[in-house]
Design a protein. Structure first.
Ligand code: ADP
Ligand code: MG
Length: 342
């Protein structure tokens, strides 16, 4: 029934309404076996609801969920080869790490020796070998998060669903865990579906990203595709910062009608190009951000790396010119929600 081309997950016409709220308003998606797939979108865009329908915690209002080719839409969570890691992963505080990881196996009647071995393997896969006897309270936030991960990996699900699992960690730890999670996923070879509202997180770890907007997928692609070729002004604005030019400004800068987007790091302050006045200079460590009021109307943000001593190229009030390469101008197709590509 399954072969290398059968997607690990297939969603067709998936919808979920809560009363008058269309939390998920028609999602079609295929996620390949072994993929690290992220669902990225603002709060309330329907990511968690999609995840809960894949897990079986929520029954779709319409549409179907297939796992490895099997229609599981009406199956209970425990009948699906899927595990979930939530943001508020609750470890049992009175149990050791080892007991926490073994718990699910114990409930399912796996014999003690096999339990022990599988739990140790799961702890090794999250680089916590030797920590089995500790209590969760004697571990750091990042370590506890990895215990939660080991607990979800221990019975080798085909698919692991992660709902903002790094949300509770501080920034430094989160960045570290992003790299580790990706490595762990590569090692265990399980399909990961990772929900986040943090674009850096999605871009850093994923093979592909789906950008959610109001219960629909606005764009699906590799991090590079989604970042470099945003399919709509929403995607251009949500994934990273982008300058989006429309109307008179667009006509003046590009000599035709349309919606055009240029990333701030693709723009140079130079001796010729589009004229404007510097409205703001924001020093941010590795980069400086310049906000420029263009004579053509509208504002442009320029980001420049502080490769030398970090002193700004220009000051507030200076007249400047902005230039860019044509290939970095992305023409965004007119908004057509019904044709969100999958
Ligand atoms: P996200 O995870 O992207 O933040 P959610 O899937 O949690 O979004 O929510 C999508 C929309 O559905 C929101 O408007 C939310 O308020 C609503 N919603 C989610 N779960 C429920 C529920 N159990 N009852 C009523 N409304 C819900
Ligand atoms: Mg959510």
């Amino acid at each position: 029934m399954t072969d290398a081309t059968t997607p690990a997950i297939r969603l067709t016409g998936l919808r979920k309404s809560f009363g008058a709220v269309d939390a998920v308003a028609g999602v079609d998606l295929e996620i390949a076996d072994g993929e690290f797939f992220s669902m990225l979108g603002p709060s309330g865009s329907g990511k968690t609801t999609v995840l809960r329908m894949i897990a079986g915690f929520e029954l779709p209002t319409a549409g179907s969920v297939f796992l490895s080719g099997q229609d599981v839409t009406r199956l209970a969570p425990f009948e699906r080869d899927v595990n979930t890691v939530f943001q508020d992963y609750a470890l049992f505080p009175h149990m050791t790490v080892q007991e926490n990881v073994e718990y699910g196996l114990k409930v399912r009647g796996v014999a003690r020796a096999a339990r022990r071995a599988q739990a140790q393997e799961a702890l090794a896969s999250v680089r916590l070998e030797g920590y089995g006897r500790r209590k969760p309270s004697a571990m750091s936030g990042g370590q506890r998060q990895r215990v939660a991960l080991a607990r979800a990996l221990v019975n080798r699900p085909r698919v692991l669903l992660l709902d903002e699992p790094l949300g509770a960690l501080d920034r430094k730890l989160r960045e570290q865990m992003q790299v580790e999670l990706k490595q762990i996923q590569r090692d265990v070879g399980i399909t990961f579906v990772f929900v986040t509202h943090d674009q850096d997180e999605a871009l850093t770890m994923s093979d592909r990203v789906a950008v959610f907007e109001s219960g629909r997928i606005a764009q699906v692609g590799t991090p590079e595709e989604v970042y470099e070729r945003p399919a709509s002004p929403f995607v251009a604005g949500f994934v990273g910062t982008s300058n989006v030019f429309t109307g008179d400004t667009a006509r003046s800068l590009f000599a035709r009608d349309g919606v055009f987007s240029i990333r701030p790091e693709k723009i140079d302050i130079s001796s010729d190009g589009a004229p404007g006045v510097v409205a703001e200079v924001v020093y941010a460590g590795p980069v400086t951000r310049y906000v420029v009021d263009l004579d053509a109307g509208s504002r442009a943000v320029v980001v420049s790396q502080n490769r030398h001593n970090g002193s700004p190229l220009v000051a507030r009030g200076d007249r400047v010119h902005l230039s860019w390469h044509d290939e970095h101008v992305v023409e965004i197709p007119p908004v057509a929600k019904e044709t969100a590509d999958a």
